[in-house]
Design a protein around this ligand. Structure first.
Ligand code: ZN
Length: 304
């Protein structure tokens, strides 16, 4: 069976975009639950300006109490060098540096041009290496920008090539605003994979236009073997109707598992925890497996 590694990004991308503020201990329970369900890489916090992102203001406290386990890597997301230094100081196992393929998004989200954001990412990879820690680079707005519109795939491929040259563990392409379609995903993943090989391609999708799972499938068929997802598919702020969450971890794991891929995740545990998450947030989560249940009932055999 082909292995697909799933990176749980709910504690960061999910919670960062939710209006419900989780306490530090709720975040740690969230992280502990996904680790218990088999997640081996977890994006646990982002080290960003707490004035901009109050949901992540306790990143250092979360980092200090992570449920450490052999073989589990906790990732700290950073948008600049200052954040990288904070994440290293906080003891994060891996840094996730983010750049943007479009100037409009890079300037608004990171206060720098697209080119400058890529240069920053490469510097973060070098900084991490000086501290003997791995780092990865994510290219956001790879399929479209909320401000600049269409993004040229050639630009993304060139950014991926330059990002790969700095020595990250992987390069990711992210559909930050959920506009991608499976055909575009297949084409871009194939081009990026060819440009950065032997480095792996990670993909990051939001289900904003209901193409999330189809995009994951297209990406995997095109050669991506690392997939970001958030438990329950959280991240859709109820006060921002156009913002929606990541692809749901349990739905992706079900789809891949039934299709013969190995994710190492336990569906029953994920479902139980997605329901716990819904309870904490006081509303249903977007993911559907926790409502419908697994098929067939004894899921253990499917996900081993
Ligand atoms: Zn995202």
């Amino acid at each position: 069976m082909t292995k697909i590694q799933m990176v749980e990004v709910g504690p960061r991308d999910g919670l960062q975009n939710e209006s419900v503020l989780f306490t530090t201990s709720q975040k740690l329970e969230f992280i502990g639950r996904v680790v218990d369900a088999g997640a081996r890489r977890v994006e646990a916090a982002s080290f960003v300006n707490p004035k901009m992102v109050p949901q992540m203001a306790d990143a250092d406290a979360v980092a200090a109490s992570l449920p450490r386990r052999d073989g589990v890597t906790f990732i700290g997301l950073v948008l600049n060098k200052r954040g990288a230094l904070r994440a290293l100081e906080a003891g994060m196992d891996e840094l996730g540096a983010v750049c943007a393929a479009s100037d409009g998004f890079a300037i608004r989200n990171q206060g720098m041009t697209s080119d400058a954001s890529l240069a920053m990412c490469c510097e973060v990879v070098r900084l991490a290496r000086e501290h003997s820690r791995p780092a990865q680079i994510t290219i956001s707005t790879a399929f479209g920008c909320p401000f600049d519109g269409e993004v040229d795939p050639f630009r993304v491929v060139e950014m991926a090539r330059l990002a790969a040259a700095s020595g990250p563990v992987e390069v990711a392409i992210a559909d930050t605003i959920g506009v991608a379609s499976p055909g575009e995903v297949a084409a871009l993943v194939a081009r990026v994979a060819a440009a950065i090989k032997p480095l792996p391609v990670r993909v990051h999708f939001h289900n904003t236009r209901n193409t999330g799972l189809a995009n994951v499938w297209a990406a995997v068929q095109a050669g991506a073997n690392i997939v970001d997802a958030s438990l329950g598919g959280i991240g859709g702020c109820p006060f921002a109707p156009r913002a929606t969450g990541n692809v749901p971890t349990e739905d992706v794991a079900y789809m891949l598992g039934r299709s013969g891929y190995q994710t190492g995740l336990n569906l029953d545990s994920l479902i139980t925890s997605a329901r716990w998450l819904a309870g904490v947030m006081g509303r249903d989560v977007p993911g559907m497996l926790s409502r419908a249940g697994v098929f067939p009932q004894q899921s253990e055999a499917l996900i081993a």
